[in-house]
Design a protein around this ligand. Structure first.
Ligand code: ATP
Ligand code: MG
Length: 248
């Protein structure tokens, strides 16, 4: 049996903004089915790293390979094809606030459809069973025809998760997807990120190490853009966390 290739392979990957190294020299290999928590203080580079994984930010040094492709060498159409297989929940959520929830959830699968079907879905959105089921799973069955801007922050966060569920991605890249949720709801949403029966790989930034321990298999710590640990979650103890979160 041959081992399957990694879903993510970073080699010396970094991202600079001007002279500031937001992410520096990160080596990271993630295999199918792993659930990786990204931990670190505000400004540690979590969002930057996740944006490098879904191709929305390019690396300024090193290599980023995702789903078998080196993201630096792709044509725009090949990059879009890879991105259709990556489900992203960004810290800003990237929802269209002026339209109904249904439109935002549907957007998750437009990339898989031909342009005529996608245009028809935009013009005449229907709450078909896939959309209804996704909204039920995030606890918003009543919201399908609501205007997105009327929802609370936590509800909008769950709409972004429903959009990801209908996309059926191979890789989930989620940036603080439970930041606005109460603890019970947060746990339920993290359960949803892995799709039962499919080897979905998840990379998720979290501010609560307890959620990482419960819902992830592995945790990485970023400090000043550098990887300071990469551990199975069982080894995420108070000493490791104190080192990570002590402000200097
Ligand atoms: N577009 C940008 N231009 C300039 N600097 C940036 C940009 N994006 C991020 N940075 C800087 O890079 C560093 C890392 O930012 P990043 O957003 O990745 O941190 P984070 O760990 O996600 O923080 P938070 O927990 O607050 O979301 C910060 O110092 C930030 O100011
Ligand atoms: Mg961030």
């Amino acid at each position: 049996m041959t081992a399957s290739p990694p879903v993510i392979r970073l080699r010396g990957a970094g991202r600079r903004f001007g002279s500031h190294h937001a992410v520096a020299d990160v080596d990271l290999t993630v295999y199918a089915g792993e659930r990786v928590a990204v931990l670190g203080t505000s400004g540690a580079g979590k969002s930057t790293l996740l944006s490098m994984l879904n191709g929305s930010l390019s690396a300024t040094s090193g290599e980023v390979e995702v789903l078998g492709a080196n993201l630096a060498n792709l044509s725009p159409s090949r990059l879009r094809a890879i991105q259709r297989r990556i489900g992203t929940v960004s810290q800003r959520l990237d929802l269209v606030n002026q339209v109904r929830v249904l439109h935002n959830v549907n957007a998750g699968r437009l990339g898989r459809w031909g342009s005529i079907r996608a245009l028809a879905a935009l013009a005449w959105p229907r709450a078909d069973p896939t959309v209804t089921e996704a909204l039920r799973r995030v606890g918003l069955p009543w919201a399908v025809h609501e205007r997105t801007e009327r929802l609370s922050g936590g509800e909008r966060q769950r709409v972004a998760i429903a959009r990801l569920l209908v996309q059926e991605p191979d890789l989930v890249v989620a940036d603080e997807p439970v930041a606005s949720l109460d603890p019970t709801r947060a746990a339920g949403i993290l359960e949803l990120l892995g799709v039962p029966g499919r080897p979905v790989t998840v990379v998720v930034s979290l501010h609560q190490p307890e959620l990482a321990r419960r819902h992830c298999t592995r945790a990485i710590g970023l400090r000043g853009g550098r990887l300071v640990f990469d551990l199975p979650v069982e080894h995420l103890d108070d000493r490791v966390l104190a080192d990570l979160y002590t402000l200097t």
